[in-house]
Design a protein around this ligand. Structure first.
Ligand SMILES: Cc1cc2nc3c(=O)[nH]c(=O)nc-3n(C[C@H](O)[C@H](O)[C@H](O)COP(=O)(O)O)c2cc1C
Length: 260
């Protein structure tokens, strides 16, 4: 078994690694931006494909990865794991449908609610304690799902027609354009000092530092990784100002702290 994932602010990485530890301690989780990710997955018969939901869809980078490696999926057992801030009717189904067309046997779908990664919108901001509770609930859902998955009883989150209609009418239909192509973002404020961290962490290699300023190449997959890591909070995409930078590490309860 192997995990393949895209993760902007770490939620999806955390979830896929957590689930894999419960399913198969020897299984690795590999980010899809890694050059040999598809080759490494080819050696496995069972794959957990994990990604964050964007506008009730799978990110374009994930959909493109599936199609670019169409041969990889033939005959593979694939469990789709989708993390989301609030709602996604058929988040797992969005990738599952493309995977099936590539010959995969989709075994199941697992939806996990996690902290919202959009950190330049006050509307989506939740208190730290609430985000910690959300992560704990996701962990519990994975602990409950794992023994059933091992027994062959897979969760069906986001799969099936009623879920597809919910995803379509709930959001995708209205926001389809947002995930149909890559964004020409992100935007950089005067606080940027051209340190180059954003260039190094971008999974799409969308940014290059030119004359001390990051220049986007129109290939942003809206993962929010650069925004959540920028030491100057100088990067925005959908909003105008970074409130709290979302990083999974902030939402993991400190056991010692909890005991006190
Ligand atoms: C551009 C964008 C769009 C999003 N759209 C949705 C959405 O439609 N529904 C939802 O529940 N969460 C949405 N989210 C929240 C993320 O899916 C969620 O926070 C996810 O766990 C982030 O995972 P990551 O840290 O692995 O990137 C969106 C996030 C971004 C950045």
């Amino acid at each position: 078994m192997i995990g393949l994932y895209l993760s902007g602010t770490g939620n999806t990485r955390y979830c896929v690694e957590y689930l894999l530890r419960l399913l198969d301690e020897t299984a690795e989780a590999v980010p899809i931006e890694e050059e040999n990710a598809a080759e490494r997955a080819a050696a496995h018969s069972s794959i957990v494909l994990a990604y964050p939901i964007q506008y009730s869809n799978a990110p374009l980078m994930v959909r493109a990865f599936i199609r670019e490696h169409a041969e990889l999926w033939r005959g593979k057992q694939v469990l789709c794991l989708a993390t989301m801030g609030a709602f996604s009717g058929d988040g797992a189904g969005c990738a599952a449908r493309i995977l099936k067309r590539c010959g995969a046997a989709v075994t199941g779908g697992l939806h996990l609610r996690m902290p919202d990664s959009v950190c330049d919108s006050r509307l989506l901001k939740k208190p730290l304690e609430e985000n910690r509770r959300i992560v704990k609930a996701a962990e519990k859902k994975m602990r409950e799902a794992a023994p059933r998955i091992l027994a062959g009883d897979f969760p069906r989150d986001g799969l099936g027609l009623s879920r597809r209609i919910a995803g379509l009418l709930g959001q995708r239909l209205w926001f389809y354009g947002k995930t149909a192509r890559y964004s020409d973002g992100p935007k950089f404020s005067g606080a940027c000092v051209g340190c180059g961290l954003c260039e190094r962490v971008c999974p799409m290699r969308n940014l290059s530092i030119q004359n001390g300023r990051p220049l986007p190449r129109g290939r942003c997959t809206m993962c929010y990784r650069c925004i959540s890591l920028c030491p100057r909070k100088a990067i925005t995409l959908l909003g105008k100002e970074v409130t709290e930078q979302c990083r999974i590490e902030s939402y993991l309860s400190n056991e010692k702290e909890d005991a006190e």
